[in-house]
Each structure stands twice: as C-alpha cells, then as structure tokens.
Design a protein around this ligand. Structure first.
Ligand SMILES: Cc1ncc(COP(=O)(O)O)c(C=O)c1O
Length: 418
C-alpha cells in the first residue's frame, strides 16, 4: 500500500509517501533508518502469546538492533534479552529488563563481562567451551558469588544458509561439541559451589524459513537435557536459540509463533514438558519493521549499464557486502518501475553494491531499502570517514523520536586526536 504507514494486524510496512512525510517530520538527513515500533511490539506480543503464560521466555537477541526505543518496546510486550557483550547487557538492564530474564552468550567473554553477568544475577551465562567452564568458575570464586550457567551445545547440524550465519555445524567456533558434553558436565560438577548449571542451550543458525532444521537441533539439545536429568541433576530450562527467518522478497517464512508452538510440542514429546523454554529471536522481531531511506545523489549511464549512486553505503547496511544478502530497494514516492538500475553506495569498495532494482526513469529523489530493521544499524561503521546514520522511531503513524546522525566531525576529531 504505497503512500501509507500500514499497521494492519500489526504487520506494519513503512513505505511510500508516508515515509516521505515521516522524513520531513523527523527533520533528519539521509541516510536514515525508520522503524515501526507498533509492528515490532505486535510481532513480539504474538510470539510471547504463543509461548503461553508459564515462565517460558522470549529472549530478544539484542545484537539484531540495540536501539533503546526498540529494546524497551520489546520488553514492554513481555520479552527478555539475549546479549553477547557487556555493552548489550547494560542496554538490556538499562531498558528495564530484569536480570533473570537475560541470558548471555559469546565465545570470548572478558573477565569484566563475566564478573558483571555473575553479579547482576542473569538467568544464565551460556558456556561455549569446556575451557570456559573453569574460567567462569574462577571468576565466581573471585567475586564471591555463585554463577548460574548453561551449556551451549553445538548440535553438529548443517543448515542451508550462508556460511556466515550457520553456527551449529561441527567446525563452528560456537558451542560445545556433542562429543565434549560429558567432559563439560564433569567440569561443571568439579567446580562445586562456584557454578549452578541451570540450563542447556543451542543456536543452529539464522534465516530458517521452516521449523524442521530448528527442531532437528532442538532434539539434540533435548537428548543432552534428558541425559543430564537421568544422572540426577536438576535443570530449569532448555534454550533452542533464535534463527527464525523473514521474507526479504524471495518468499515467505513461517511466523515465529509457528516455531514456538512446534518447540513446545517437541519439549512435551521429549518428556521435558515441565522445563522452561527459552527462545532467542533477533531478526524476526525487528527485520521487517525497519527501512533505510537514502537520497539518490547521482547516476552513470555507460552503454547498457545504468548505475544509481545513493548516499547510503555498506558502512550503513553491510548485509549485502557481508552475506551477499538482497534487500528490495524501491522509489520512495512511486511504485517500482523499469528500467533497472545498479544501486551502489559511496564507499570505496566494489562490494558497496546493493544489486539491481527497478527505480524507473527519471530516477526518484529518494529510495527505501526495505527489511533493514535487523543487523542494519547494529552493524554500521564509520568506514571511509562516514558518519553513522540517523534513526527515526515511529508509532501511531507518526514520528515518536529521532536520533540524528552524529555527523562526521566527531569522527574527524577522534582520528586527529589518535
Ligand atoms: C546465540 C544466538 N542467539 C540468537 C541469535 C539471533 O539470531 P536471529 O537474528 O537469526 O534470530 C544469534 C544470531 O547470531 C545468536 O548467535
């Protein structure tokens, strides 16, 4: 529905003339991310509801988008957080999420991060190697506290995804290999009072469009949980990870609630129905509810090739350069139309290329890069001396707040001072 900020059934779309109006309302310069907080809230509520009223937990993967307005909105709808750094942990706590609703993952946590996580009393620090077990135990003794931990198990499963978003195969740096799980439990038991093993977790990778590969990895985790309980140990939760895909234009993905219902059924079937279930979605809660608006700064026509140069680059949205990802790009104020243009950014890298898109002729003044709510701003950099982009938070069909770009001068000063 061009020209209209659509929030029908919460499946919001930021598009068309409404986006142009929002751009004027926000008073920010491009490139600028626009987010639909109502869409994000609705998506979260739907998933939280599918998990039911028990102490199951949707732990939003903050890495997907760490903006306070977004984390607070997600928390308001009943989700907790999955964090992978001290910085993300402070954002989650600062957004009002209770420590017991936060899990912390990461293969190279620093002592400072571990200490903070222990002292805050998180639901669990997810242990990613046998070696890390003794490290966390030592930190727990050093701070005079007991660390709540879970084993992050690498399920040894290949998924059909770009190598950079597949995490659950045997050669990945993430998690404890199945063959090392017995040794991991022994290390946990040796740590005595320093550690309390409360859960097991896994994360097989991202961009899953159907629940099957997710459930395959979840079954491996259930086996690990059952074996631990059979040995007489107590567990509070299993955490099947995130990875629910979204539609970037190549076809729909099953909604997160379908994954949640299938996960609950599996837990029951596996005889673990009294354990709490934790899910760690990132992309699925925010991806479709963000748009990157860019200005067309120029064009080049050479033979049969047409290039459209925009003021957003791979430093603002790196997914195409990093993963070969394709985002739909459309004129801001008109429907897509022939001819096709090769859309490129200002960064001095051949990889700064968003692919071919139907932008019409003459070129529009602005374009919208769709489905940029996840792993967009959170992966942005200042490469080439470019300022971080602006962010605009929309709700009730209008602008709620805006974070303007810090501009390039802060970068210039830091580099001159270096
Ligand atoms: C441990 C962990 N949990 C959750 C996520 C979120 O994944 P997604 O955004 O695909 O749901 C990731 C993504 O990298 C992850 O590494």
């Amino acid at each position: 529905v061009p020209g209209y900020l659509r929030s029908a059934q919460g499946r919001a779309l930021l598009c068309g003339a409404a986006l142009g109006e929002l751009l004027t309302q926000a008073g920010v310069s491009t490139p600028a991310y626009f987010y639909d907080l109502d869409g994000i809230g609705h998506e979260t509520a739907e998933l939280v509801q599918a998990l039911g009223a028990r102490s199951h937990l949707v732990a939003y993967a903050v890495k997907a988008n760490s903006a306070g307005s977004i984390v607070r909105r997600i928390a308001r709808h009943g989700a907790g957080a999955d964090v992978v750094s001290g910085g993300e942990l402070e954002v989650a706590l600062g957004a009002g999420i209770e420590p017991r609703r936060i899990v912390m993952s990461g293969v190279a946590k620093s002592d400072t991060e571990i200490d903070r996580a222990i002292q805050a009393g998180l639901r669990a620090i997810q242990l990613e190697s046998v070696e890390e077990i003794e490290r966390v135990a030592a930190r727990a003794r050093a701070v005079g506290s007991r660390a709540r931990v879970s084993l992050r198990v690498n399920p040894g499963i290949e998924i059909d995804a770009h190598a950079h978003v597949a995490t659950g195969h045997d050669e990945a740096k993430f998690g404890i290999a199945r063959g090392d799980v017995a040794e991991a439990w022994r290390a946990i038991d040796r740590a005595g009072n320093a550690l309390e093993a409360v859960g097991v977790s896994t994360h097989v990778g991202s961009m899953l469009k159907t629940p099957e590969p997710y459930l395959e990895s979840a079954r491996v985790l259930c086996e690990v949980a059952r074996a631990r309980r059979a040995a007489g140990a107590r567990l509070e939760f299993v955490d099947f990870g995130g990875g629910f895909g979204i539609d970037y234009g190549a076809g729909p993905a099953r909604p997160p609630a379908d994954f949640a219902r299938a996960a609950l059924e599996l837990l029951d079937r596996e005889g673990l129905g009294e354990l709490d279930l934790v899910l760690e979605p990132g992309r699925a809660l925010v991806g479709a509810y963000g748009v990157l608006v860019a200005r067309v700064v120029g064009s080049k026509v050479s033979g049969a090739r047409r290039w459209a140069m925009i003021d957003a680059g791979m430093n603002d949205l790196v997914r195409p350069a990093l993963y070969g990802a394709r985002h739909r790009i459309e004129p801001l104020d008109a429907p897509p139309a022939e001819p096709l243009w090769q859309v490129v950014g200002p960064v001095c890298e051949s990889a700064d290329d968003f692919g071919e898109h139907a932008l019409g002729a003459p070129l529009p003044s602005h374009v919208a890069i769709r489905d940029a709510g996840a792993y967009g701003f959170s992966m942005a950099s200042e490469y080439n001396g470019r300022a971080l982009p602006a962010e605009v938070f929309c709700a009730d069909g209008g602008v709620k707040s805006a974070s303007p770009s810090p501009g390039a001068s802060a970068w210039v000063k830091r580099r001159l001072d270096a």
